[in-house]
Design a binder for this molecule. Sequence first.
Ligand SMILES: Cc1cc2nc3c(=O)[nH]c(=O)nc-3n(C[C@H](O)[C@H](O)[C@H](O)COP(=O)(O)OP(=O)(O)OC[C@H]3O[C@@H](n4cnc5c(N)ncnc54)[C@H](O)[C@@H]3O)c2cc1C
Length: 379
Amino acid sequence: MAEIHDIAIVGGGITGASVAYFLDGQRSVALLEQEPSLGYHSTGRSAAEFTRRFHSDVAGRLTQASAGFVMAPPAGFAEVNLLRPRGNLLIADTEKADHLRSVYEHERDNTPDGAVPVELLSVDQALEKVPFLDSNWVRAAFYDPDCWDIEVENLLQGYVRGAKTKGAVFHHSCSVTAVRRDGDHWVLETSAGEIRARTVVNAAGGWADLVAGMFGAAPLGIVPHRRTAISVKVPDYDVSHMPEVNEIDEVFYFKPDAGQLMVSPADETPVDPHDAWPEELDIAYAAHYLSECTTLDVTHIAHSWAGLRSFAKDRIPVIGFSGQAEGLFWLAGVGGYGIQTSPAVGQIAAAILMGAALPTHFAAAGLDAALFSPSRLES
Ligand SMILES: Cc1cc2nc3c(=O)[nH]c(=O)nc-3n(C[C@H](O)[C@H](O)[C@H](O)COP(=O)(O)OP(=O)(O)OC[C@H]3O[C@@H](n4cnc5c(N)ncnc54)[C@H](O)[C@@H]3O)c2cc1C
């Protein structure tokens, strides 16, 4: 009989890779990714931001619980610092100027542990940070120093390398197409042959409901939402050291990206899972927002792309064993913050899979396994 793994992980994005890493060789693990390369879908299309502010309560706590890992990863995990200081400039037009001040006061009074407080700026001070902002548009601003670029590829490869060192095997171009039960384990039919495992982790991102369906589990309502980004050249400025810029309600944002400006209209369009591409209208919105709040002449879009941000209806990640299919484990719905929360999400998943307690700092952050249980969404 073919080898039976303890755990097969379906999905080779940051979520699947992180749990493979945090299982730490305590179980035999195979990770199966349908694409030729890991991180091809959402993971490879993010804005690469790490920030402890402006999230829902749970996402904020997961990010805070992840900060220690990305700020000081284990020796040898990555060859570069995983975080680079970026800073975030929050801006508002006349209509939202008062609103921005109240958001500023709230953030000032709720500074996360270890984060530097936010700083209210005059319009002139905002323009010192980003000289091509239009002073006729920007009427209020504050600065959040606690915003970083996160090295997504290095984080992903750190997880993969660490998991492989502890014996995990990774199968690329390996799409799970059907499953069947055989005694105490699952047989996964894949484009690369059969793979057997006692437990299957469903880390399939936007495809999580479809994958669960193969096991006879009802969908939990994990809905992929398309988000668009464009890249534009800014010929007269060196943008590399400027902060990220966010409209105060995240109607749009832009940040340096490989010498150009990445701009997103912060769209959230529910779609079926697919290899996402940008719609012309969303590209036009991105260019429009950038033109509106800056003096830039946005005539040429160098590049555009889109990716999927997948949410459960309560926008809390789903981590835990299915109550409907024996040996199926949900690890999905990490939404728009799956990169920066991956250390916490991976550790929570690994602890539940091994029947272990969560690390103590999770309890201190108000995080426990029950919060993420799929049972809240199972009918
Ligand atoms: C424009 C944009 C900006 C973002 N910005 C940020 C940010 O600044 N910070 C942040 O933290 N997050 C950000 N995100 C969100 C982040 O990218 C996601 O939360 C994260 O990448 C999700 O990772 P995942 O592993 O769950 O999904 P994915 O990366 O999509 O991985 C799931 C994998 O499962 C595979 N799969 C599916 N079905 C099967 C099958 N049957 N067999 C085998 N494999 C299968 C897929 O091929 C896929 O590779 C952003 C997302 C977008 C789109």
